[in-house]
Design a protein around this ligand. Structure first.
Ligand code: GLY
Length: 372
């Protein structure tokens, strides 16, 4: 078991990692269930998959404590992060009589967490929520740190709020049913922590990544806890990403976002896969600028490829050039006028923000990678 505090003044909360938490939810989340009972059901939001897998267990667990759950179930995938679903969800919360002191439970991956977090940020000007992340990606990244959002026609996550959860409960056992491809996509974010700020952890992942991906309990819990400890520290230092500290968590995301846009934000390239390839590109571009050696860039690419994640841009078979990918980057929400901060590597385990990157040079670099 690990308990990792997120030390935000006035809004501090814990991330608890322990096998079996889902089975003893009413105990683990007891302070956030106060005020609920049979006459006042606990609001739970899930997608059809997590509802099918866990609703019966949650219902039974709450019933043993004299409580019932009321479920709001969304379709799986990004389509749930829309104004339409947000409106239905907030109407549902208001109809349930949710107050600012209440907590809503988000049971699912990043989509459910982002949607519920944003709904709770704006319902009654802010009610509480508890994150119960069920994917590796949500466990090590999106459930912690308070970024909440929906998507609009203009892009992903452009409408949202910083709204911190009151508790994050991570049960590694729920990953047993996660498809291999999604497990690997989440693992990309684990590798990200090693690459951006912890060389020893990166080395540990090179040696033990196969155990993490095989969901061996000790290795998995260590990987999740180490990742969250770094994220918690960074979020505590720069909650709103104003000081180039939280921005480090975007390693691989600028290149990755362009690849997601080019592939239509579709199953052709999952977010974590795009981040993986984005980190390879960030490492190779860092080597091109002389920030790291070519050998280190290839070591980063090797760790990513060895875990079954995409590590060669040319292998994606994109029908575009570097300029088209750069064009997608110009619409990135991190864009600052005509420039864009890039997350580069100064070493394996040391990321930095570069604001002097010439987008024409990025396009030329990407042309080379597309042809390699
Ligand atoms: N996923 C990046 C962040 O939470 O800042």
């Amino acid at each position: 078991m690990a308990v990792i505090p997120v030390a935000l003044a006035g809004r501090a909360y814990d991330v608890v990692i322990e096998e079996g938490l889902m089975a003893r939810l009413s105990d683990a989340a007891a302070p956030y269930l106060k005020g609920y009972g049979t006459a006042r059901p606990v609001p739970f939001v899930a997608d059809t998959n997590t509802h099918r897998l866990y609703a019966a267990g949650v219902d039974a667990n709450l019933a043993a404590q004299g409580m019932t759950a009321q479920w709001f179930v969304v379709a799986p995938g990004e389509d749930a992060k829309t104004w339409g679903v947000l409106e239905k969800l907030t109407d549902w919360l208001l109809a349930l009589g949710v107050t600012r002191k209440d907590h809503v439970f988000a049971l699912g991956g990043g989509v459910v967490g982002d949607l519920v977090g944003f709904a709770c940020a704006i319902t009654k000007r802010g009610c509480g929520f508890v994150q119960l992340p069920t994917t590796l990606l949500a466990q090590v990244d999106s459930s912690v740190g308070g970024k909440t959002a929906i998507n609009t026609a203009a892009g992903k996550n452009l409408i949202g709020a910083f709204h911190q959860p009151s508790l994050v409960l991570i049960d590694p056992l729920v990953l047993a049913t996660l498809p291999e491809r999604e497990m690997r996509a989440g693992y990309a974010e684990v590798l990200k922590y090693g690459l951006l700020g912890d060389a020893a952890f990166f080395g540990w992942l090179e040696a033990n990544g196969d155990k993490v991906l095989a969901r061996e309990p000790g290795a998995l819990e260590h990987a999740i806890a180490t990742s969250i400890a770094m994220k918690a520290q960074i979020v505590a230092e720069d909650e709103r990403e104003t000081e180039d500290r939280r921005a480090l968590l975007n390693l691989g995301h600028t290149f990755g976002h362009a690849l997601e846009a080019e592939t239509g934000f579709s199953d052709r390239l999952l977010h974590g896969e795009a981040v993986a390839l984005g980190m390879v590109l960030a490492a190779r571009y860092s080597a091109r600028r002389g920030e790291i050696s070519a050998a280190d860039a290839e070591r980063a690419a090797g760790a990513i490829g060895a875990s079954g994640l995409p590590s060669r841009l040319s292998a994606l078979g994109l029908d575009c050039n570097g300029a088209a990918l750069v064009d997608h980057m110009r619409h990135d929400k991190k864009a600052e006028g005509t420039t864009l901060p890039f997350l580069l590597l100064r070493g394996l385990g040391e990321a930095c923000v570069a604001r002097d990157v010439d987008l024409a040079d990025i396009a030329a670099f990407l042309d080379g990678e597309l042809a390699a």
